[in-house]
Design a protein around this ligand. Structure first.
Ligand SMILES: [Zn+2]
Length: 261
């Protein structure tokens, strides 16, 4: 049985996790997972799809719990599962689906299909713009192409688990988008991220887990979940020299504003 660590001392709903994968196999064996999260500080969750099937699964989880929402999209690592926009569009039109995601470019795992990645990403940005929905963007080792495409389509949304430079963060913010910050900020090898967090205004930061991945320190070997965001908020508070509850409150408000919740 997977044991859940709870680092969050607050029981009221103060955490908004804007990026998780609760359709993941690893969560299936955890009993009463969502009641646990709700009683440990979590007030909002967006669980993201990565292909048509996981987008359907994400929606059905969201439809079961009032504080959970979903996103539907085709992740750049999953293009071999099909790039059919029609099913994604149908899911996006459901009440509990609040974003198109996660979508984007990933040249770390595959750099032999860049044209297909760019095309699928662009199509989904157009879909989001047409539906008036925000996007949840994945960018790994593709910063230059990413910026070029975002500048072209100007979607509203967030670049999740941001890994770019402080200068790129400035560009993203100029486009009116948000920067997603997760457990990586607590890692010793967080590289440029502390500098990015220090520099960007609090009203453009969203908190996220990418659960079950990227668990914050000191629990990196454990499964990640939304209450773990407390550790990420504490680290941001330390970097920006502001109180942790202010980080939680502002990022909660930011999430509600962007996703219209
Ligand atoms: Zn993700």
């Amino acid at each position: 049985m997977t044991e859940l660590i709870n680092p969050c001392p607050v029981t009221e709903p103060v955490i908004f996790d804007t990026h998780a994968h609760y359709d993941d196999e690893r969560f299936k064996e955890i009993k009463d997972l969502f009641p646990f999260l709700k009683s440990h500080g979590v007030g909002g969750i967006i669980t993201c799809g990565c292909d048509v099937q996981s987008s359907r699964d994400a929606l059905s989880i969201a439809e079961k719990y009032d504080f959970v929402y979903s996103a539907a999209g085709i992740h750049p690592e999953n293009l071999e599962n099909g790039t059919d926009q029609y099913e994604i569009e149908k899911l996006c039109k459901k009440d509990k689906c609040v974003a198109v995601g996660e979508i984007g470019l990933d040249y770390y795992w595959h750099d032999d299909n860049k044209p297909l990645q760019k095309q699928t990403f662009s199509e989904q940005l157009m879909l989001a713009n047409r539906l008036g929905m925000p996007v949840i963007v994945h960018d790994r080792d593709a910063h230059a192409d990413m910026l070029e495409i975002l500048k072209e389509y100007k979607p509203k949304g967030v670049v999740h688990s941001f890994s770019g430079s402080p200068e790129m963060a400035d560009e993203i913010i100029k486009l009116g988008m948000y920067i997603g910050v997760g457990g990586v900020i607590t890692f010793k090898n967080a590289r440029k991220l502390p500098e990015v967090v220090k520099r960007i205004p609090q009203e453009r930061i969203l908190l996220e887990t990418d659960a079950p991945y990227l668990t914050p320190a000191p629990y990196r070997s454990k499964i990640n979940h939304s209450a773990m965001i407390y550790l990420t908020a504490q680290k941001i508070a330390e970097i920006k020299q502001i109180p942790t509850d202010f980080v939680l409150k502002t990022t909660f408000d930011n999430a509600r504003k962007l996703f219209g919740i």
